[in-house]
Design a protein around this ligand. Structure first.
Ligand code: DGY
Length: 321
């Protein structure tokens, strides 16, 4: 019997892919760094039984309509806003993502970004490298405390819970806002539920961890930044479009809020001339939430496991639809 054909939209390490070549006929896009050309992706989707996609690939109606043989799209991310899941369902294409394997890694980065922003770690490291350190002085690069402050998490999924656990170790008070209340988690982690307004008004650190949907697009806007404390720091590690970046920039320069740590942007890669990058109270990272070698390998492995199972008649491990 012919092996099912799978197209992978980025060049991935052969040692992770190789074990699957026995069961699957696999072809990969040639570049590790550049997304696959859209026309080539459409051409591949027409003949492939499975696609292993990245968050940089748009899987939409235009692609799905001609994908006559496609049975599964395995997205190598926990987020799947790049995929038209409803349309995939209409075309009987299973969509999978990579939850769980990246939870702790992403929570580590989220908490690290919070700490780096509060304690001005990047600015301080640059200060030394640029030869600006003259003398020690009492308020040289003094930041804000993290311990005993209040963290407001918006979006209490797996990553939110993992961040809340880390915050406990720093003696932080943690509140959360979520579509639905999670009483078991409240009890287990000693955290409290708040409506969004109360959380925004009372938190010292506000962290966005909601998935990007029609409802969460620009959830953080002019109004929300106005509600925050003037001393508040905003952290985003979910998707850039949950934030109105113009409103965030205005809030920062007019000192409505104190600082921001951003791992994600409305348009990625963000242009190096973007106004947010000119602000010293902002730390920007190139979407590296789940970027540890171990975790990226697990994400590839899980995506390939999903592909192999579905294309051999089994159920997916982590289906979305
Ligand atoms: C995700 O998984 O959605 C991250 O943003 C990329 O790893």
């Amino acid at each position: 019997m012919e092996k099912p054909y799978v197209f992978i939209t980025r060049k991935l390490p052969e040692e992770v892919v190789a074990p699957f070549r026995e069961q699957l006929n696999i072809r990969m896009w040639e570049s590790e760094f550049e997304p696959v050309d859209r026309n080539l992706l459409k051409k591949e989707a027409k003949q492939a039984n499975g696609l292993l996609t990245m968050l940089t690939d748009q899987v939409d109606e235009e692609l799905l309509i001609d994908a006559a043989h496609l049975r599964i799209v395995a997205n190598m991310a926990v987020g799947f806003d790049n995929i038209d899941v409803e349309n995939a369902k209409k075309h009987k294409v299973i969509v999978t993502n990579t939850p769980d394997v990246l939870t702790d890694t992403t929570a580590d980065l989220a908490f690290g970004l919070l700490m780096a922003t509060a304690r001005r770690i990047v600015e301080a490291a640059d200060f030394i490298k640029e030869g600006e350190w003259g003398q020690w002085s009492p308020f040289l690069l003094a930041g804000s405390d993290i311990h005993h402050k209040k963290l407001g998490i918006v979006g209490m999924g797996r990553i939110g819970e993992a961040v809340a656990k880390r915050a406990q170790g720093f003696d932080m008070e943690v509140s959360y806002h979520n579509r639905s209340r999670k009483k078991d988690v409240e009890k287990e982690l000693s955290i409290q539920y708040e409506n969004l307004d109360d959380l925004l008004r009372s938190s010292d650190f506000i962290m966005c961890l909601v998935p990007l949907t029609k409802e969460t697009k620009h959830l953080f806007n002019e109004e929300s930044f106005k509600k925050m404390k003037k001393s508040a720091t905003f952290i985003n590690v979910s998707r850039g479009a949950t934030v109105d970046e113009h409103a965030l920039y205005e809030a920062l320069i007019s000192k409505e809020i104190k600082g921001a740590g951003l791992d994600v942007f409305e348009k990625e890669p963000i242009s190096s001339s973007h106004p947010l990058l000119s602000l010293e109270q902002v730390i920007c990272l190139p979407h590296i939430g789940s970027a540890s070698i171990e975790t990226r390998q697990k994400m590839i492995q899980l995506s390939l496991d999903n592909l192999s199972r579905v294309l051999h008649g089994d159920s997916a491990i982590t289906p979305i639809n």
